[in-house]
Write a protein that binds this ligand. Structure first.
Ligand code: AMP
Length: 547
């Protein structure tokens, strides 16, 4: 017997319609590429999204067609998210930090019809133009006064909207209709497309705030540094409006001083981003001798948040929430939000807990498996590859049967490629990316374990451990460090590691560099480091393995 309840398709457009009605005055504040600060709210945004939807239809953009964006975090990018998906087309966000080759690949692979581009990125497209589809229309996201000379024959965003009606009768369609497309940053091989649906996106929007009690609420000021051009800015374009929170967008200004100034001026309460961004902010906080006014909460993810960083922010009175997820998961899979009762925990226990990846969110199931795919216990120590299942996780990749066949296991779970253990009370700890593990004499060494320890050294700003080929042991760990001021002695770092690890797990050498290479999503690029150091001559004295 079926239940006797109405069935209404879950649609993304309804999120903004709701916000415009219930929280009309909640703001969206954006640093613009034009150089100024712009303020709007959900009521005005809903009107402009309707205008944009009319404009897209007038351009002939059809149901299911892909419309790309190449833009920073700002109100126009948010408008595109809603207008494109609202008419049943697919919002394809492109990461501007991808290589020219990768960008050309994904625009052609996605068969984009239109690309909306921020002023900053016009030169990138001008260079690539000849390799992109011939029927592509370019729209520059600015007004007539700021339109640059360009060879793209581009249209002007504000002119497209001008004169269009500020209401739109959003079409009804199946909730499984595709809404968004985001390619993985593709550290190896071609990028792969995660194709989100209206249903998966709305469910993610309902699920995530539940896992972060007290974070999403009307009047809360949220700063997503995590980009709209990758992983849906961790769902904030949807979770903020549905809860009436204010969005503060940093535009192109992502350095520590700019973020400090914006947060201070707008009294941002919660800031979201990858650890490298927060290292920049911490430097500025050190210089100013105080945190930005009103700063009380942060979400850190994308790569592991080092415990010393968590500690520094907690000591400033900032409640740190660690989150883990993937492009393929919409993206959030866990959150480590502190909940009632935890304030009484001893400080060390709390910091240890916050440096782990947190609890799974509702509807994302976990299992860890060995190399043969056999399930391993959730006992807080047994380590295996993490597989996930749920309504917000990809069932395959866009137009890529080969990758789809590899993505999902025999039981229908998605293999994340992350190596982890899970405690009996469901707390996830990522111990490494499978491909970043170091195999030495048949034993595995976790690069993340070493990095976590080294990051606690006061003279270390950032670090990475990578495998270097070795004739006897197959691979040995090399520690690469960006120092904070005067570099520490190598022996000091090895001695620190030796307090926690077996001798054979210690790095064979330490190299100091000025900066670490970053991926397109702001994470330390181990792939680049492995290539750079593949011929590195390790010192002769190789520590013997324990066994
Ligand atoms: P992306 O699809 O670019 O978001 O990258 C997803 C990958 O980033 C995951 O599979 C993890 O390897 C890594 N990652 C994301 N969040 C975390 C986190 N909090 N701790 C450790 N690794 C993370």
């Amino acid at each position: 017997m079926k239940g006797m309840m109405m069935h209404r398709p879950l649609r993304i457009a309804d999120i903004l319609t709701f916000a415009a009605e219930v929280y009309p005055d909640s703001e969206i504040v954006s640093v613009r590429t034009e150089g100024d600060l712009h303020r709007t709210n959900y009521r005005e945004t809903a009107g402009r999204v309707a205008q944009l939807a009319h404009a897209l239809q007038a351009m002939g953009v059809g149901f299911g067609e892909r419309v790309a964006t190449l833009a920073w975090n700002g109100y126009r990018h948010l408008e595109l998210y809603y207008a494109i998906s609202g008419i049943g087309s697919i919002c394809h966000t492109i990461n501007p930090r991808l290589s020219a080759e990768q960008m050309t690949y994904i625009v052609n692979h996605a068969e984009d019809r239109v690309i909306f581009v921020d002023l900053t990125f016009v030169p990138i497209l001008e260079k690539l133009k000849d390799a992109l589809p011939a029927n592509l229309t370019f729209v520059i996201m600015t007004d007539r006064a700021h339109m640059p000379e360009n060879s793209l024959n581009a249209l002007c965003y504000e002119e497209l909207l001008h004169g269009q009606p500020a209401t739109f009768d959003w079409p009804e369609f199946d909730e499984n209709t595709a809404a968004g497309l985001c390619y993985t940053s593709g550290t190896t091989g071609d990028p792969k497309g995660a194709l989100y649906s209206h249903r998966s996106t709305v469910l993610h929007t309902l699920i995530v705030p539940l896992s972060m009690p007290g974070v999403f609420a009307p009047g809360r000021k949220i700063l997503p540094v995590v980009p709209l051009f990758h992983v849906n800015a961790w769902g904030t374009p949807y979770t903020a409006p549905i809860s009436g929170a204010t969005l503060v967008y940093p535009g192109p200004k992502l350095d520590g001083p700019s973020l400090f100034e914006l947060m201070d001026r707008e009294k941002v309460w919660s800031a979201w981003g990858v650890p490298t961004v927060w290292l920049g902010l911490l430097n500025e906080i050190d210089k100013q001798g105080r945190p930005p006014e009103g700063f009380g909460h942060m979400v850190v993810g994308g790569s592991a948040a080092p415990r010393p960083m968590v500690e520094k922010f907690e000591n400033l009175g900032v409640d740190v929430c660690h989150a883990w997820g993937m492009t393929e998961m919409s993206p959030i899979g866990t959150t480590g939000q502190q909940i009632a009762g935890m304030e009484a925990w001893p400080k060390d226990k709390l910091l240890d807990w916050k440096a782990r990846q947190g609890r799974r969110v509702f509807n994302v199931e976990f299992k860890i498996v060995d190399e043969a795919g056999k399930r391993l216990p959730h006992d807080g120590k047994t380590v295996g590859e993490l597989h996930v299942r749920g309504n917000t996780i990809v069932a395959g990749y866009f137009k890529n049967d080969a990758a789809t066949a590899k993505a999902v296991d025999e039981e229908g779970w998605f293999g994340t490629g992350d190596v982890a253990h899970i405690s009996a009370d469901g707390i996830l700890t990522i111990t490494d990316r499978a491909k970043d593990l170091i195999k030495s004499g048949g034993e595995w060494i976790s690069s993340l374990d070493l990095e976590t320890i080294v990051m606690a050294h006061p003279k270390v700003a950032n670090c990475a451990v990578v495998a270097v080929p070795h004739p006897k042991w197959e691979e040995r760990p090399l520690l690469i460090v960006t120092p904070q001021g005067e570099p520490p002695a190598k022996e000091e770092l090895i001695a620190l590691l030796a307090q926690h690890l077996a001798k054979w797990q210690l790095p064979d050498d330490v190299v100091f560099v000025e900066t670490l290479p970053l991926t397109a999503t702001g994470k330390v690029s181990k792939l680049t480091l492995r290539q750079e150091f593949k011929d590195y001559a390790l010192p002769d004295a190789v520590p013997a393995r324990a066994s």
